[in-house]
Design a protein around this ligand. Sequence first.
Ligand code: CDT
Length: 333
Amino acid sequence: PRTLKIAAAQMGPIHLTSKREDTIQRMLTLLTSASKLGAQLVLFPETALTTFFPRHLITSPEELESYFDSASTITTAPNTKPLFDEAQKLGIDISVGFAERDTDGQGYNTCVYYSAKKAKVIAKYRKVHLPGTKEPFENPDAVNQLEKRYFTPGNLGFQAFRAPDLVPGAAKKGAEVKAGTGDPILGMMICNDRRWAEGWRCYGLQGVEIVLCGYNTAGFAPDLWGTRKPMTPEEAEIDAVFHHKLVMQGNSYMNSCFSVSAAKAGMEDGKYDLIGGSCITSPEGHVLAEAKTKDDEIVFAEIDLEDCRQGKEKTFDFVRHRRIDQYGPITTQ
Ligand code: CDT
């Protein structure tokens, strides 16, 4: 077996007025709780360090910059370093989402994977599917999602990577290393990406064993989601959680991988409700663990990566059964 203890660190609301030190302190508390359960890998949400600021039209450049961090200094900047130091001290790998300001001035909705063993960031992902609009909706009561205003679509693709020494004894060298053996094969995506089969399949084709996905999903946002039928906020939230779990379970099954999803949940900035529903799903599509609250909470499961093999080698056996000559439209339109 290649057993691994993994966790989603769901976070309750973070407000425009929240102080970074307080947010980091909450993340440290979550790490401590995860460590007590023996977690070796913990996923934090999308834009885990700030409120989900793309819901606001921010006109002050100084204010806008206060929500961005640099990927090159994320482990060393005084207002984020304590998180990575603690992860290293506890020996826990972490994946953290944040708004990235690149050296070329572009903004990206990014997450990094920090290896405790290597004491450094070993992988970075930039959100490909940016939802929402560049301009606010005309409806003054609409919930905006100005990701297309603040961010550039991700340009790093969906690159799976191995997490060194995450599973003790699993590492293998050279020709022995193939999917299903060796260090765990991971992939990261961010929120809206989870609804798109294409990203999952890119990871599936690289033998991914665990997909990590942090998210901020509005519970009620008819201008964003569309209004195919009128719903109360309560009904809309139930539907949003349903679709969240549907895509995590369905895509885990179709790519024979585990998934971990971590929400930023609850009422942010006084009136913007975000769904909870952080969960861990199995390669057979089952929910192994899920959040019970919409606040700071660790969702934990002990998994065996060998469970990916049934689907990868039998049910789907991608190499044997895929018919790539029939899939042209996927990349041509
Ligand atoms: N943060 C983020 O990507 N949220 C989106 C909202 C979708 S609006 C149609 C999500 O997919 O949950």
